[in-house]
Each structure stands twice: as structure tokens, then as C-alpha cells.
Design a protein. Structure first.
Length: 276
């Protein structure tokens, strides 16, 4: 069952006084979590704690290439002198196409000399929903008070800094996620989505490990076939069924055509647990 659904159990030591392993640490193979140094602890009751180190994979961030020019350091006297020496000024154009071409080439040439184009990689970080203007001001106050404390190293400046740090850390960040959890209001599915968003987990399907799609289909077929056979064997050994069922007195003979809109509405009204 664990292999079928791509799960791994990491606890290999007894966690109960009777020698059984009752406390488990199970992860999905597709999550690529590294569980290191799993070991037991002292028995505080009939169970013991399980200790271990979890290495979470870093979330890759998108990188965009940004091109720009530094305009402020330009020497505008030299810029005007170089611009006056270009063909745009020295050789006036009589046609609109030629004038437009010279505007583009000459201005680009002078700009490349005084403000060459530069490029940098810009990391696109995910939007933080709780980072608003008020929180930005709190962060600025925290940094300012931290600089004051590091220069003076006295108790008063340290107290001011720690208070600003705690306001920034707890009052807004914690209250935001507390509100998100409270808004679930007993909705287990919504709460599960909120928790997944906190850990930035992607919506991956927990399929078992497979080399190609046909092999995955065969694994799923074998799994459900074995479940059906197991269920039938258990039922046949426990219950007896009368297979001689009389035919019903009525039969369906007349059918009416349904529209595509009706079928679409029926599918939309089905619950998420339906197999339709």
C-alpha cells in the first residue's frame, strides 16, 4: 500500500514499551523531503518521542533579466556637443523616413557612449499578502532602532529595538495567519488549502513512482483490481447471496433526448467526491 501511493515510512525503531513501532513519520516521494537521523528518545509514558531532522527543499524563484541605462551621471554639456556633431544635426534630412531613422540611430549612438545599456538579473519573489504600508513602516522603524542600538549598545536602545522587532514579527504576521485559519470556520478542506499555502506546496498528485504513463496505468489497475478481489473474497466468506433474482415487473422502454446544457449542469452540480 505504501509503495502504491508513493509513500515512505522513516521510523525503524520501536516506539512502544512492548517493542512495537506505533509512532510513524510518513512522507510522499514526490515531496523530495530528506528525513535525517531518525531516532527514539526516553520513554515518558508507554510511548517515546521520535526525533529527526527534516531538510526542506528550497522553492525555485523566477529570474527576469532587466535592461537599463544610468541617466543621472550623464555630462549634459558633452552630451549636447556629441549630439550636435551627429548626422541628425550636420546633415538635415528632407524625407520623413530618413529623419526618423537618423533620430533613432544618432540618439542611440550618443546614449550608448554616455549611458551604456546595462543588464541585471531580477529575482521575482512571490507576493506577501500581509506586507502592507503599515508593516513597511514598522520594518523601517525596526531597522532604524537596530542601527541606533548597534552604535550605542545600551539597555534603552536595545529595549526599543526588541519592542519594534516584536511588533513587526508578531502583531501583523501572526495575526494574518490566525485570521486565515479562523476564517475557515470548521471547513476542513479550506483549512487544508490554507496550511498548504503557508508551506508553499504545489498541487501534485500522489502517484506511485513509475517510468512512463502505461506503467502508471497498469499500477493503478492492479491496485484497484486487487482491492475488488480482496473485498469479494472477504464478503463471500462471511455472507451468502441469493443470485436468483426475479425479473422486475416493469421495464424502461421510452427515453427522451437530453441537451448538452442539461448534462453540463448535472456535472457541475455533482459533489467533488462523485466519479461522474
Amino acid at each position: 500500500m505504501m509503495d502504491t501511493f508513493g509513500l515512505t515510512q522513516h521510523v525503524g525503531v520501536p516506539t512502544h514499551v512492548s517493542g512495537n513501532t506505533l509512532d510513524l513519520v510518513i512522507t510522499r516521494d514526490i515531496d523530495k523531503l530528506r528525513i535525517l537521523n531518525i531516532h527514539d528518545s526516553e520513554f515518558v509514558s508507554d510511548h517515546c518521542y521520535v526525533h529527526g531532522l527534516i531538510q526542506l527543499p528550497s522553492v525555485p524563484l523566477d529570474v527576469n533579466k532587466l535592461s537599463f541605462r544610468r541617466i543621472s551621471p550623464i555630462d549634459w554639456v558633452a552630451f549636447e556637443s556629441d549630439l550636435a556633431a551627429t548626422d541628425l544635426i550636420t546633415i538635415p534630412a528632407n524625407e520623413l523616413a530618413t529623419l526618423s531613422s537618423r533620430y533613432d540611430s544618432c540618439l542611440r549612438q550618443v546614449l550608448d557612449k554616455h549611458a551604456p545599456r546595462k543588464s541585471e538579473n531580477l529575482i521575482v519573489r512571490p507576493t506577501i499578502p500581509w506586507f502592507n504600508n503599515e508593516l513597511r513602516q514598522l520594518k523601517s522603524d525596526r531597522r532604524r532602532l537596530e542601527k541606533i542600538w548597534r552604535r550605542g549598545k545600551n539597555a534603552t536602545s536595545r529595549l526599543n529595538f526588541t519592542e519594534a522587532r516584536d511588533r513587526f514579527r508578531h502583531k501583523y504576521i501572526a495575526s494574518h495567519y490566525n485570521k486565515m485559519v479562523a476564517d475557515c470556520d470548521g471547513d476542513g478542506r479550506k483549512l487544508y488549502r490554507v496550511v498548504k499555502s503557508m508551506f508553499n506546496k504545489k498541487q501534485d498528485t500522489p502517484f506511485s513512482s513509475h517510468a512512463n504513463d502505461p506503467q502508471l496505468a497498469d499500477n493503478i489497475l492492479q491496485h484497484f483490481t486487487s482491492k475488488v478481489h480482496t473485498g469479494l473474497s472477504q464478503l463471500s466468506s462471511t455472507y451468502s447471496f441469493d443470485l436468483h433474482i426475479s425479473r422486475p415487473e416493469y421495464s424502461l422502454t421510452d427515453f427522451s433526448m437530453v441537451t448538452e446544457e442539461y448534462v453540463l449542469k448535472m456535472l457541475r452540480d455533482c459533489s467533488s467526491a462523485s466519479c461522474v
